[in-house]
Design a protein. Structure first.
Lengths: 294, 294
């Protein structure tokens, strides 16, 4: 229908009139996306019935959010995170068959050039925190061990900070490492028990969370990127199920299948068997990757 | 339902999990608004199924839009305008009884301190453009003339620019004036025929319009704020129905009832009767205001 036939904008036909203007779009996908967003946005506005002042508050919130963004702070990604949009996009793009390990958000703290380390290495370079041993296997959905799987792991320290947030305080590449499995698909490395931490809460998104009665914390977790030839890559976390924020991750990253058990081990035989120096947390977690083209 | 009972985030229950977090909001209206926006945003994302790259494009578009905003440029209002949201909010807040003049958007070019002029004055201070006489009456919905109605009018010039966009080129307060009716409710003033003009198109919103095959033009119009004791104020325009963009206003401001007729008058008797110097455009338009508390 042409815009002339469509008639002028009214409260009733608002979305249809706006969407009809995109009939000559060069970019068909953009027109589809903007069309869908327009319909849902108009439906939301009709349900909210904002006052002019509330509309202006929304304009100013978005403006402030934009002004908060710079080379090292992305407030719109934070907004997407706390509204569950980032996790929803992740879920849509990473639907997995039953039995496969699930994905979660990448987060802003991955670095590309972490060192590849011998299996069993301790990624904690400053001896701070409670010792942790993480081990398990990388398997295919068929149950077979995956040889030469690359495990890229990174974590916050016992105070909830990543190395890149504390340059000069933590050693470079602290609590990061890349490991490769052998034919049995097994892995193990040492680290420290991670701690919950807040997302940056000093901007408009943090103020919004506060007004909504929400806290800014993410429960303690380890980040992983797992890659192997002929398998879909997996970006995920494992979480401490005993963390006080496990049921209220500010960015909705927790999934049932990503809960690991952080077991406190004091048994001297097990301590000795695992080559630890004293009591430690033991985390056993297998990851299951999906063959490409499945 | 507590967040614990709600369970973890999944693709299926995404909006419910996010909204359930607002249960302890200090600001109940904010929680309502964010709840509605969250549900519609998640529905839109599920319909769009964006790739991770498309999601990042959206993040970067919002960031660029924010960075474009400064003291004299409001790119998020432009975005609201071109998506029809500004007009929808205007419509929701200005539902009028049958027979009343309809509202439209204020726009960014109103100034508070335009001079009050004797009825009949010419608001064109630089003699540029085609002469125009505008006249009519300010009436109540009951059909009675309104005494002491204040008419605040402003318009672009014959090239489509407001005085505030051309400081030093146009005289200050060019094509602006405030008039007050007498007991018969009538008004008349002189100006120049306005011209269509583009909204600012050199930012991300302009680029989006281009990709959508949309132009950035607003059809020629005059702006009004009408105020009178005991009546609801009215913010509106009148439009030239012969403008090439009358069916495709970039901000959706046109309404059927806001179309005026711009009649080209060459008749020497009418020219003399109306005190004009030569041929001119005559625009006759009555405005109908709504008594307060209706």
């Amino acid at each position: 229908m042409s815009t002339e036939e469509q008639g002028y904008f009214t409260e009733e036909n608002s979305a249809e009139v706006v969407v009809s203007r995109n009939a000559n779009a060069q970019n068909a996908r953009l027109a589809e996306v903007i069309g869908i967003l327009t319909r849902h946005l108009h439906a939301a506005v009709k349900e909210i019935e904002p006052t002019q002042e509330e509309w202006m508050q929304a304009i100013l919130f978005l403006t402030e959010t934009g002004h908060m963004c710079n080379d090292w702070r992305q407030e719109f990604i934070l907004l997407s995170d706390v509204l569950g949009v980032s996790m929803l996009v992740d879920a849509i793009n990473n639907r997995k068959p039953t039995g496969a390990s699930e994905s979660t958000v990448l987060g802003p703290f991955h670095v590309e050039d972490a060192p590849e380390l011998p299996m069993g290495s301790n990624i904690c370079l400053d001896q701070k925190g409670e010792p942790m041993l993480v081990k398990g296997r990388i398997l295919s959905t068929g149950g077979h061990p995956i040889d030469q799987a690359k495990i890229d792991v990174w974590q916050a320290n016992d105070e909830g900070f990543y190395d890149v947030q504390q340059k000069g305080i933590q050693p470079d590449f602290n609590l990061r490492g890349v490991f490769r499995t052998g034919p049995d698909g097994s892995y193990h490395f040492k680290g420290v028990k991670p701690k919950y931490y807040p997302i940056p809460a000093d901007g408009p998104v943090g103020k919004m969370l506060e007004s909504l009665g929400r806290h800014p914390y993410r429960p303690a977790h380890l980040h992983y990127i797992l890659e192997a030839d002929d398998f879909e890559p997996l970006i995920t976390h494992i979480f401490d199920p005993d963390d006080p924020y496990i049921h209220s991750d500010a960015v909705f990253g927790v999934k049932e299948s990503l809960l690991a058990r952080f077991e406190w081990v004091e048994d001297v035989t097990r301590i000795a068997e695992n080559g630890m120096d004293g009591p430690y947390y033991e985390v056993v977690h297998d990851f299951v990757l999906v063959p490409k083209g499945t």
